[in-house]
Design a protein. Structure first.
Length: 546
């Protein structure tokens, strides 16, 4: 036989083998590495495979996956020739892979139903026999011409026969009732077992393999799917302005892969999964100046400021994207932290969780506790009464980069009460992280216009307006507080418009921004009042928004 003929024969054998009955098996989820918008699933499966070529259908993989990321691990005796993913695999042989337990129940139901049918047939036959006996007895009694003795014997025969048949029917009826009860129990068992069966998805991997030795072959399967993700979330608890913040570092995990993750080992990563199989190549790295224009919305200003202008102020941040960075190890851990291992490199960080989790494929958020941290904090109050007559409590966290914080929402529980939500933004340029702990009505703020010190004058070609405001602050708490108070006066870049600050009552003045700042120490039940006054002079034919 020539080499060409041998090759053709081998291809023919492989084609014939793959045309045979496929071998079905079901994959189980072993572990999941969840990224912000994807997950890498690790699954295991095994199948009894003969020597030679076979088609293996692995059921219960994700309904949506990246085919280029599929990796199949198998013993050295097995060669995986090809892998295909499908959601629409249809085969007459697939019923062979049904649950063995359910198959036993179904087979038992079929047998009981056959027995019930046999009993019903026998009861019907016995009833028809009685009817026939009754009919024959009536006909024989009328037309027989028998004497009394013979007639009595015939009556006795019919009577005994009817009793015998009636007893048989009673016995059969009891058997019928027992069989119906058995059928009811089997149907209940079928329903219960079907409900207990682990949810399987429509996703399947179809493998073409060559096996050297027949036997049970294990497979390790991994791939990436976009139908899963996680976001950081925090609980911030503080008992008073003299205590540290107890931070519970949490994750909100959700998945809709089509597979219920049962007792799965979770790893949560802030990295981006690499889906490119091309090895990277370094090119020249040229340095250049960068212009940072990160913006946040600052409660109390009502305007957008660059980040480097609002360090130390109350920041309520809108999430603009999902990119997150991490820093160095977490400190001061509690018992929750004992089950989480943190690993990091220059680009990302991962949380390896030892406690197995059940995450159902329903898209609902599942809360996972990662770390508990005690954050040493210094507290101060912040208020911009020009916008809101309320004081906001800020917690300042120094050297915050050591705590591995990610951008995310946080619940605030202060003095035992839920006060709302805040946003943690660790990707800022300052050394101190300011956490907004909500409003505190026990520090009262009032800003009122002083009517007799405000007004308008008309000069020859100019219009002159004076504005005067009194700001009153009061500490109604039992302990002293620090308050950062801010106000502002307008600025002008037009030579025809003149602005003069008349009174600032000891405020620190930023002439470039027009912002006035007071750093106050308020004793319990202490009142303080400050006055701000400014004059604006401009051409009287102009209209200004003052």
């Amino acid at each position: 036989m020539t080499k060409k003929q041998a090759t053709a024969l081998l291809l023919l054998m492989v084609t014939f083998a793959f045309a045979q009955k496929p071998i079905f098996t079901t994959a189980k989820v072993k572990a999941a590495t969840v990224y912000f918008n994807a997950a890498e699933l690790s699954q295991t499966a095994s199948a009894t495979i003969p020597a030679g070529a076979s088609e293996i259908v692995i059921k219960n993989v994700a309904v949506n996956l990246n085919e280029s990321s599929i990796q199949i691990g198998a013993p050295a005796s097995v060669t995986v020739l090809s892998v295909q993913f499908t959601n629409n695999y249809i085969s007459e042989y697939e019923t062979d892979a049904k649950s063995p337990a359910l198959k036993i129940v179904r087979d038992s139901i079929v047998l009981v139903q056959k027995e019930i049918q046999k009993v019903n047939n026998t009861i019907n036959s016995e009833n028809k026999t009685i009817q026939l006996l009754d009919k024959n007895q009536q006909i024989s009694g009328i037309n027989s011409g028998l004497n009394v003795t013979e007639l009595m014997k015939m009556v006795e025969y019919y009577k005994n026969k009817q009793i015998e048949i009636a007893n048989n029917i009673n016995t059969l009826t009891e058997k019928q009732q027992k069989l119906n009860e058995t059928l009811r129990k089997l149907n209940n068992k079928l329903e219960v077992n079907a409900n207990k069966e682990e949810k399987t998805s429509s996703g399947k991997l179809v493998l073409q393999v060559m096996n050297q030795t027949a036997g049970i072959i294990p497979f390790d399967i991994s791939y990436l799917t976009n139908n899963a993700g996680w976001t950081p979330f925090y609980d911030l608890r503080a008992e008073s302005v003299t205590s540290p913040i107890n931070m519970m570092y949490k994750a909100q995990v959700a998945q809709n892969t089509g597979i219920d993750w049962k007792k799965v080992k979770l790893t949560l990563s802030s990295g981006i999964p690499n889906q490119n199989n091309q090895a990277p190549i370094l090119s020249s790295w040229f340095l250049a100046n960068q212009v940072y224009n990160d913006e946040v919305v600052v409660t109390g200003y009502g305007t957008t400021k660059k980040r480097n202008q609002i360090q130390g102020s109350l920041a309520k941040v809108k999430m603009a994207d999902q990119s997150m960075e991490m820093a160095a190890p977490i400190m001061e851990e509690s018992s929750v932290s004992n089950y989480t291992t943190v690993a990091e490199n220059q680009l990302n960080i991962s949380f390896d969780i030892d406690i197995p989790y059940d995450i159902l494929s329903n898209g609902k958020i599942h809360s996972v506790s990662l770390k508990e941290i005690k954050l040493p904090a210094s507290y101060k109050y912040y208020s911009v009464p020009k916008v809101e007559n309320e004081a906001f409590l800020l917690a300042e966290i120094a050297d915050y980069s050591k705590y591995n914080l990610l951008r995310g929402e946080a619940n605030i529980i202060f003095e035992g009460m839920y006060v709302g939500k805040t946003f943690i933004e660790p990707n800022q340029t300052g050394d101190t992280l300011n956490l907004s702990m909500g409003r505190d009505k026990k520090v009262s703020i009032k800003r009122e216009k002083v009517a007799d010190k405000s007004g308008t004058k008309f000069l020859s070609a100019k219009k002159e307006q004076t504005f005067t405001f009194d700001i009153t602050v009061r500490n109604n708490k039992k302990e002293a507080v620090e308050l950062l108070l801010k106000d502002q006066y307008p600025l002008s870049t037009n030579k025809e418009i003149e602005v003069e600050l008349l009174q600032s009552d000891g405020a620190k003045i930023n002439t470039e921004t027009g912002i006035l700042t007071w750093q106050l120490q308020l004793k319990p039940n202490e009142n303080k009042k400050f006055r701000i006054s400014y004059r604006v002079k401009y051409p009287k034919d102009q209209i200004l928004n003052l």
